[in-house]
Design a protein around this ligand. Structure first.
Ligand code: ADP
Ligand code: MG
Length: 600
């Protein structure tokens, strides 16, 4: 009895805010949408501390007078729909009338707005639902809304906010989703006073994509459009060789609104059938226009999902448009900038390897004929220094002048790879059997430790940053180990929600796939949560790194590669055991051999 009470309005707004305003990026989305609905041609988004401290959005739209300004922050207050029938053909981005009321219930808000008819602006301040009266103030035509200290009275929600970097990734993503289909608008995004994007209204779609996605080869996107059966489609499609490991670079817009839709995703996948490995995702930007009354946007609080009345038609139009273009395009030529472990990159590496082998063979041939006792090396097993040096064991013997040598005497290499995993090599005292992986790993660990002691590992910027999605735990790991990641020479930048881009990668690991490496690194960081000290953690990571970068067991090596490995071996101190404690080398003396063969 009397247990049930009607919630007060502010509570209602806060509960609504839970649905619509998940994090600073949601507020940015709602406010940018409002600016666009208000007919703005220029919107400036300025954010501080990933939006936790301040989100400020200024537009040059139609503005609001004093009365509307007050009404705008009431819940379920909107100028965009009036009656039920309006819900059937919503042409604006907003219509629920909830965003401003929700935002004002969970932050300090200051709104300044002026219409073209008025010579002064009006200002309204609301502190977590607590509003002051509207007052006249100075201001340009249009609206500025500032949100400070989001969730500051709801610590439980504020606790869920991530670092400024991560929140900024989400904000950038929302900005991108609004900016892509709005090519005619001037849009600016500023973080902590630094301009991240300035998209001018004159940019063509391809240029806009290039600015928003510097890691994509925007020039190579395949452009097509159709206009049939009431559905107009423009598609910019990635070459199959630019495919990704996730659908991060698939964007669909319906009448200027970013949407996620399973029919559309399916159509994209189908269109690339046979052109991609099953676990790869193409890059695709789709802009769909169709009558407003052919779908319902009122199915999801953030309006990113819609319900098509004829989803089969939408599916078949998209599939048809894309498929026809892809099949009609010469796709065999590798794209200029392939990324990821794609076929063309592999082919490239393969052909490079083959070429180097040819050169090595030619040189070996030359030396066999002209300098029979001296074996020259061209290969480099480590990425960090130029290929040098003759083989150990042969090195001490200076090459004899060719004239003194008997003809056709060739002293071949005194080593042999067996089972593609072990190297048997002659030494002065007898012979050794080397575990190729363990030895290389031990050498790499030593190099890595030495380098890491004197500062961050030398790194190289990736031509095309690789992006990857992270789980919450992985995002935490990245945030908690920024120092360590920097020391490794890895540069990760947030890129959209739960997505990071690998911008730079250690040169020592030139032969390792950055994506693979980062996944393993994150797994390790997560599994060693309670690492006693940063130094121990670094050691663990370096061991893992060496293991990944080292020659593998089962990997066939050329003579020159083996020779290089043996030569390098001379330069290291503590390499009798690999980081896991296994021996790298077994030594046999000539005496032992002779005993075994009963020669003594
Ligand atoms: P909705 O966008 O769903 O209508 P909001 O709570 O986001 O709901 O906004 C409420 C109303 O405030 C809008 O319908 C619009 O009339 C007005 N409004 C909001 N932002 C702006 C703006 N930047 N410029 C002009 N009017 C605005
Ligand atoms: Mg709105």
């Amino acid at each position: 009895m009397g247990r049930i009470v009607r919630l007060d309005q502010n509570m209602i707004n806060m509960i609504a805010a839970g649905e619509v305003i998940e994090r600073p990026a949601s507020a940015v989305k709602e406010l940018m949408e409002n600016s666009i609905d208000a007919g703005a041609t220029r919107v400036v988004v300025a954010v501080e501390d990933g939006g936790r401290k301040l989100i400020s959005i200024t537009d040059n739209g139609e503005g609001m007078d004093a009365e509307d300004l007050l009404a705008a922050f009431e819940s379920h207050a909107t100028s965009k729909i009036r009656q039920t029938a309006d819900l059937n053909h919503i042409a604006t981005l907003g219509f629920r009338g909830e965003a401003l009321a929700s935002i004002a219930s969970i932050a300090q808000v200051r709104a300044v707005s002026r219409t073209a008819q008025s010579d002064q602006a009006h200002c309204l301040e609301i502190d977590c639902g607590d509003r002051k009266p509207v007052t006249p103030c100075s201001g340009d035509i249009g609206t500025t809304i500032q949100i400070r200290d989001i969730f500051y009275k709801t610590p439980a929600r504020r606790k869920f906010l991530r670092t400024a970097n991560t929140e900024m990734g989400h904000i950038t993503e929302q900005f991108t989703r609004i900016a892509l289909p709005k090519g005619q608008l001037d849009l600016v995004l500023i973080h902590n006073g630094r301009e991240l994007y300035h998209l001018t209204g004159t940019l063509r779609l391809r240029q806009r994509i290039a600015q928003l996605f510097p890691m994509l080869p925007a020039d190579d996107l395949i452009d097509t459009q159709t206009d049939e059966k009431g559905i107009r489609i423009r598609a910019l499609l990635g070459h199959p060789s630019t495919s990704r490991t996730n659908h991060r670079f698939q964007y669909a817009f319906l009448n200027g609104r970013f949407i996620r839709d399973k029919f559309i995703s399916h159509a994209i996948k189908e269109a690339y059938r046979g052109l991609l490995e099953p676990n790869r995702f193409p890059v695709a930007f789709l802009f769909i226009e169709m009558p407003y009354d052919e779908y319902d946007v009122n199915v999801h609080p953030t309006k990113t999902e819609v319900r098509f009345y004829n989803s089969n038609l939408v599916h078949s139009q998209i599939l048809g448009t894309m498929r026809e273009k892809l099949l009609g395009t010469e796709l065999h030529m590798p794209a200029r900038l392939a990324s990821g472990p794609s076929a063309s990159l592999e082919e490239n590496r393969e052909s490079q390897r083959a070429r180097r082998q040819e050169i090595a063979d030619a040189m070996a041939d030359f030396f066999q004929r002209h300098r029979p006792t001296h074996h020259q090396q061209q290969f480099d097993l480590q990425a960090d220094r130029p290929a040098v040096g003759p083989v150990s064991g042969h090195a001490e013997r200076p090459p004899a002048p060719a004239a003194e040598l008997p003809e056709f005497v060739f002293e071949g290499p005194r080593y042999l790879q067996i089972h593609d995993s072990y190297i048997v090599a002659q030494t002065d005292e007898g012979f050794v059997i080397i575990d190729q992986h363990a030895l290389h790993e031990a050498m790499l660990v030593e190099t890595l430790r030495k380098r890491a002691r004197s500062g961050p590992l030398e790194s190289q910027r990736l031509l095309l940053p690789e992006t990857f999605e992270v789980t919450e735990a992985q995002a935490d790991a990245i945030e908690n180990h920024t120092d360590l990641i920097v020391r490794l020479g890895v540069e990760l930048a947030p890129f959209g929600p739960r997505t990071y881009a690998i911008q730079a990668f250690p040169t020592l690991l030139a032969k390792v796939s950055p994506l693979d490496f980062i996944q393993d690194l994150l797994d390790l960081l997560i599994s060693r949560k309670a690492a006693p000290s940063p130094e121990e953690m670094l050691d663990d990571v370096l061991n893992m790194t060496a293991c990944k970068a080292a020659i593998k067991a089962g990997q066939k090596l050329t003579d020159s590669e083996i020779a290089q490995l043996l030569a390098d071996r001379e330069r290291y101190e503590s390499i009798s055991r690999c980081p896991h404690g296994r021996p790298t080398t077994l030594t046999f003396s000539i005496g032992e051999l002779e005993k075994q063969f009963k020669r003594t």
